[in-house]
Design a protein around this ligand. Structure first.
Ligand SMILES: [Zn+2]
Length: 211
């Protein structure tokens, strides 16, 4: 297997970040940078001599972006995000629902992600799909060859992303899931921002929110 996915669950609301690596070329992308994940991510990057090419954000909620600025400083990798979610990166403390007992550093985006973009990294080839509903600028990263997707807080094992936060919209989220994720193959494995990974086929058959 030339690819490897490293998982990191961190922070006060148990958020997952991932490193998708090509273990031959050592090229890698980070998908989301949860608060308190920096130390573990940097250890894995160093131990495996990974060359981080991009910090890809599925969306800009603070629990997914809390270490993005520090990770960028440590790796020199640019931060990618959909422009509709950029405002939260610039002023993270202004856009939290609760008053947080810690500081989230601004982590302005370096590169915009748009629907239809391709992110290539070693053997990884991610198709960027705009999946608004949890936030305005939520995106999923889908690799059709590896049969793997990173979906942020759009879809979970047994659930879907919450839509009661500012910028959320239930109709829009369900439309995004049905348009972009449900047509994917049954066997495609997806990794979410919280909870277990699952397959598209299992969720299509069992997820109560998709009936
Ligand atoms: Zn979120």
């Amino acid at each position: 297997m030339t690819t490897h996915i490293f998982s990191f669950e961190a922070g006060p609301v148990a958020t997952f970040g991932y490193i998708a690596a090509d273990m031959v070329t050592r090229q890698a992308v980070v998908i989301d940078s949860p608060l308190d994940s920096l130390h573990d991510m940097l250890s894995v990057i160093q131990e495996n001599s990974l060359l981080v090419q991009a910090i890809l954000l599925t969306h800009s909620h603070w629990d997914h972006t809390g270490n993005a600025h520090a990770l960028k400083q440590a790796t020199q990798a640019p931060i990618y995000c959909h422009p509709f979610d950029a405002y939260r990166l610039v002023e993270p403390m202004k856009h939290t629902m609760f008053r947080l007992p810690f500081i989230i550093e601004p982590s302005p985006l370096d590169q915009e992600l748009h629907h239809g973009y391709r992110i290539a990294c070693g053997v990884w080839n991610f198709d960027v799909r705009h999946t608004p509903g949890h936030t305005e600028g939520g995106v999923c990263f889908i690799d059709h060859t590896q049969n793997i997707a990173f979906v942020g807080d759009t879809l979970f094992a047994g659930s879907i992303g919450r839509t009661d936060l500012p910028g959320g919209n239930t109709q829009q989220l369900l439309a995004s899931i049905h348009r972009e994720l449900m047509p994917l193959p049954d066997t495609m494995q997806f990794f979410a921002g919280h909870g277990d990974s699952s397959t598209i086929g299992y969720e299509r058959a069992h997820n109560p929110f998709l009936r």
